[in-house]
Design a protein around this ligand. Structure first.
Ligand code: NI
Ligand code: MN
Length: 228
C-alpha cells in the first residue's frame, strides 16, 4: 500500500490513500501558486482544516458542498461548517479518531484561528495522520514548540510538512530546530513565497535539513506528486 501526496502551493496538499482522497487546508481561489481551481476538484472524501484563517479554510466549504466531503477540524470550526450546511467532524487538541482512511490526531499549534467573518475559530492545530502505514505530520501554522519532541517520540514520522515562511509561522531557522525535535524521515517545506512577507529560499532550507539532520528534504512545486 502506498499513499501519494500532492502539493498545491501554500499549505494545501491532497493525499491519496486507503482508497480515499484527503485534502488539507484547500486554499485555492486566492492562492497564486495553486495548480487547480476548486471547481475542478471532483475527488474529495475528507478535508482537513487546521484553523480558521482564510488561507487555510480556503475553499473547504465549497468543495465539501459539491463533493460531499467531510471536513475535519477543531470543534468550533466544525460547527461553523455544519452551520453552512456541510458535513464536518470536530476533533480537539490531543484527540484522535479512526476515520475510514486512517487515524487523525489533532496537535497543538501556536497561532490564531479567527474565521474570515471575524467569528471565533477555536484553537489552531496541526494533524498527525496515519494512512496506509505512513505517518504524516502536518504542522499547520505554528511557531516552534518543544513538544514537537513528543510527537517525534510517539511513533516515527515518515513525512513532516513544516511551515518555513517566517512572519506568520516558523521561519527556516526554527523549522530546522523543529526537524531536530521531530526526527522525521522526510521534510517538505510549506507556507512560503505565497505573499511578499513570506518569501524564502526553500532549496537552501532543504540543503540545510540534509546537512544538519538525518532527514531527507524535498521542495515540492504545485502539482508535484510524491509517493510516500
Ligand atoms: Ni494562519
Ligand atoms: Mn497561514
Amino acid at each position: 500500500m502506498t499513499a501519494e501526496l500532492t502539493y498545491h502551493g501554500h499549505a494545501c496538499f491532497s493525499l491519496e490513500g486507503a482508497g480515499n482522497t484527503i485534502w488539507i487546508d484547500p486554499f485555492l481561489t486566492d492562492n497564486p501558486q495553486a495548480d487547480v481551481r476548486p471547481h475542478e476538484i471532483d475527488q474529495a472524501d475528507y478535508i482537513l482544516v487546521s484553523h480558521g484563517h482564510g488561507d487555510h479554510l480556503g475553499d473547504a466549504i465549497d468543495i465539501s458542498r459539491r463533493t460531499g466531503a467531510t471536513i475535519i477540524s477543531n470543534n468550533e470550526l466544525a460547527v461553523y461548517c455544519q452551520d453552512q450546511g456541510v458535513d464536518a467532524h470536530g476533533l480537539h487538541i490531543g484527540g484522535g479518531y479512526q476515520f475510514p482512511f486512517g487515524r487523525v490526531k489533532m496537535t497543538i499549534a501556536h497561532h490564531g484561528s479567527t474565521l474570515p467573518d471575524g467569528g471565533y475559530g477555536g484553537n489552531p492545530g496541526g494533524f498527525l495522520l496515519d494512512v496506509d502505514g505512513k505517518r504524516i505530520y502536518f504542522a499547520g501554522d505554528t511557531g516552534l514548540f518543544y513538544d514537537m519532541k513528543l510527537l517525534g517520540e510517539e511513533k516515527a514520522i515518515d513525512v513532516a510538512l513544516l511551515p518555513i515562511g517566517d512572519n506568520y509561522t516558523m521561519g527556516p531557522d526554527d523549522a530546522l530546530r523543529a526537524v531536530q525535535l521531530l526526527n522525521p524521515r522526510l521534510v517538505v517545506p510549506m507556507h512560503y513565497d505565497t505573499f511578499d512577507v513570506i518569501q524564502q529560499d526553500a532549496r537552501a532550507f532543504a540543503e540545510r535539513v540534509k546537512a544538519t539532520s538525518g532527514a531527507d528534504a524535498v521542495v515540492m512545486i504545485a502539482g508535484e506528486r510524491l509517493v510516500l
